[in-house]
Design a protein around this ligand. Sequence first.
Ligand code: SF4
Ligand code: SF4
Length: 77
Amino acid sequence: MTARRLLLPLVILLVAAAAFAGIKYRVDPTRCSGCGDCTRLCPVSAIELVNGSSSIDPDLCIGCGQCIGVCTHDAIR
Ligand code: SF4
Ligand code: SF4
């Protein structure tokens, strides 16, 4: 099985585990540059830019963690 075939089940597993654990993320506005990379990446459009800083809607966030990986300012925890 190729690495690519393993990726989808792994992502599904991580999302399910995060959802089960109730993991939610938030943005530290003092670190956010407002670049918008996370807003473009979020698969469920849970992030929007507000007053130059991104903001995560906890009701929409599924806890996939992709935004953490894309943020170069370590602003999402
Ligand atoms: S990727 Fe990071 S710095 Fe850029 S808008 Fe999102 S939280 Fe802010
Ligand atoms: S953890 Fe996933 S769903 Fe939640 S805000 Fe980040 S990219 Fe969007």
